[in-house]
Write a protein that binds this ligand. Structure first.
Ligand code: AKG
Length: 341
């Protein structure tokens, strides 16, 4: 079936597939069109404007300020995906925990910087569903992972406004997700031109082949999440020259796909006037099974309870590949029955 998928929808060359297998990431230029990028920008603007009203939206810059300023509490409005008070205690007792800012001495209170994070936007925004389910992306990912089918796991939004020196700490995605298996990839989608000084993505080339699982962190420091059972990542930020770190400039339309085991992070946005908006789509292939992993981030809006070892046969994880007919759109099938509007 994998070969059939490739024959019918082959969009990638053998060299691209080999590069992905060797490096653990692949940059593809012009994979999305301008209408698709506009749709995602529209959805991201709506997510940002509802930051304080949702259970999924965070400003990590504000969390970092609260973590490092010594305040007793750490608050994130209505957002409830992370146990922040407990995480604060963990970070305080972690001798290596520190602010990860690309301008080390930047004032903690900057010029209204924001590192916005949100997730599961597909449940609310048809614009995200349209691109995640009905663009070229599912066929590219099925081709890349040689998978006979694909479930959509989640979308995530990462925005760094001008003068936000907060890095995205190096991390590995697998341990954030309630899954086991190898065929999972993440499509990173810039919505603005991104360069090293505005928060370009950084990948440790070949790190998926280390075959080591590392504990998830909260992106603003490397302290592992509560209950995480895998070891903490080495301190890559302290010792970058010891790693083969590749920093990738990208433009809207381009995508960077990485393997779920590839270690990656991103820089701060040091520009005065350019916002850095990006989304990530996460696709699971045919060897992925549900696994209620300790330390993984709780999935929002879940309606079906899966048991460990079950395939992702659930409307919580839409089947986005293959399509019954090549031109069929999947996004319109998802209406109001369980979408959060
Ligand atoms: O955009 C970023 O800063 C981080 C993105 C990321 O870690 C991811 O997509 O998995």
């Amino acid at each position: 079936m994998g070969n059939l998928v490739k024959t019918i929808h082959s969009c990638l060359t053998d060299m691209e597939i080999e590069a992905y297998q060797r490096d653990g990431y692949l940059l593809i230029r012009n994979a999305l069109n301008s209408d698709e990028i506009s749709d995602l920008k529209k959805a991201v603007a709506a997510q940002i404007s509802s930051l304080n009203d949702t259970t999924t939206g965070y400003d990590f810059e504000s969390l970092a300020n609260q973590l490092w300023s010594g305040s007793d509490e750490i608050k994130a409005g209505n957002a409830d995906r992370f146990e922040l008070e407990l995480y604060k205690h963990l970070a305080e007792s972690d001798p290596d925990a520190r602010a990860l800012r690309d301008i080390p001495n930047a004032p903690i209170e900057g010029d209204n910087p924001m590192f916005f994070y949100d997730a599961a936007g597909w449940r609310k925004y048809k614009e995200i569903r349209g691109v995640a389910f009905d663009s070229k992306l599912p066929s590219i990912c099925a081709n890349l992972m040689d998978s006979s089918y694909l479930n959509f796991w989640e979308d995530t939004t990462f925005v760094k406004t001008p003068n936000t020196p907060q890095r995205t700490a190096f991390h590995q995605d697998l341990t954030y997700f309630q899954i086991k298996g190898g065929k999972c990839c993440i499509v990173w989608i810039p919505l603005d031109p991104v360069k090293k000084n505005t928060g370009a993505m950084q990948y440790i080339r070949g790190s998926h082949l280390w075959k080591t699982q590392f504990a998830p962190n909260l992106f603003i420091t490397q302290t592992p999440m509560l209950d995480a059972q895998d070891p903490k990542l080495p301190d890559i930020e302290l010792n970058p020259d010891a790693y083969d770190i590749v920093t990738i400039d990208a433009n809207p339309g381009d995508i960077i796909i990485h393997d779920v085991m590839t270690i990656h992070g991103s820089g701060g946005n040091m520009s005065n006037d350019q916002t850095r908006r990006a989304m990530s789509f996460r696709y699971c292939g045919d060897d992925i099974r549900y696994y209620d992993r300790p330390g993984a981030i709780p999935q929002p809006y879940i309606t079906d309870h899966l048991e460990d070892g079950e395939p992702l046969y659930s409307k919580d994880y839409p089947l986005v590949w293959p399509k019954p007919t090549p031109d069929m759109k999947i996004a319109p099938l998802f209406k109001n029955d369980y979408l959060v509007e």
